[in-house]
Design a protein around this ligand. Structure first.
Ligand code: COA
Length: 220
């Protein structure tokens, strides 16, 4: 049987994490489906975690290759503020000066997000109070269904226990991933219809918000 190691993220894993983020950005499929520009999308999806909170990240390694990751944050408010104050501006500059913003695929995506915004689709119920932590988890295609996802989640939960975090939530557009999260003890707490991927998938998508309260000495 293939040996698999679940361990804390190290700086040398950064490129692999970014590759996997790109490979899996659209419901487990490549970001190519809706976006042109791997570096910008990888920055958007992973930069906060790998560069500002690497201690909350884990990887699954097999045959000396990072096969999947769990990118976590123990405090979504810090994540949001750091993204806004330290990442967003640089990302926009890079997006403009690399010419990415002018690519047809990206212009379509920007327009779709803008329409969604006007429709109020980004209004979501606050969950941070009960679920301060958040998580993103993605595995390379050939490494799914081998138990790595479940092991990454339990490594992260063990870590949360040490940090006395009372709950963790996540957002996913994949209903199949929902089955996985339910098996890990998460419950569906909200779901929202979104139109911004209509031009890619031909229909509205649903964003599912799952949460799990954590058992810690002070909250038991
Ligand atoms: C979702 C994902 C993280 C699950 O990790 P995994 O290593 O494939 O899952 P595991 O092998 O650990 O499976 C654990 C359990 O969940 C179930 N499960 C996993 N993926 C499932 C799926 N897509 N549909 C239904 N059940 C699933 C397994 O059958 C297993 O059940 P068991 O405990 O009864 O044996 C991984 O498949 C993945 O990266 N998918 C693509 C990207 C994605 O959807 N990410 C989540 C969005 S945040």
């Amino acid at each position: 049987m293939e040996e698999m190691i679940i361990r804390k993220f190290k700086p040398e894993d950064r490129d692999s994490v970014r590759d996997i983020a790109w490979e899996t950005a659209f419901m487990g499929e490549s970001g190519e489906a809706f976006f042109s520009g791997k570096e910008i999308l990888a920055d958007f999806l992973t930069l906060y975690f790998t560069d500002y909170e690497p201690g909350s990240c884990f990887v699954a390694v097999s045959e000396n290759r990072v096969q999947g990751y769990l990118l976590g944050s123990i405090d979504c408010r810090t994540l949001g503020l750091t993204f806004k104050d330290k990442i967003l501006f640089g990302l926009l500059i890079k997006f403009i000066f690399s010419g990415g913003i002018f690519r047809r695929k990206n212009l379509k995506m920007i327009f779709a997000f803008f329409l969604s915004f006007l429709k109020g689709e980004f209004n979501m119920k606050e969950v941070n109070k009960d679920y301060p932590a958040t998580v993103h988890i993605n595995l390379r295609k050939n490494f799914r269904g081998k138990g790595a996802g479940a092991q990454l989640i339990s490594a992260f939960e063990e870590y949360l226990k040490g940090k006395r975090v009372k709950g963790v939530y996540l957002a996913t557009m994949s209903s199949a991933a929902g089955d996985f999260f339910r098996k890990q003890g998460f419950s569906l707490i909200n779901q929202y219809r979104r139109s911004y991927f209509c031009h890619v998938s031909g229909q509205d998508i649903t964003v599912y918000i799952y949460g799990k309260k954590q058992k810690t000495a002070i909250f038991d």
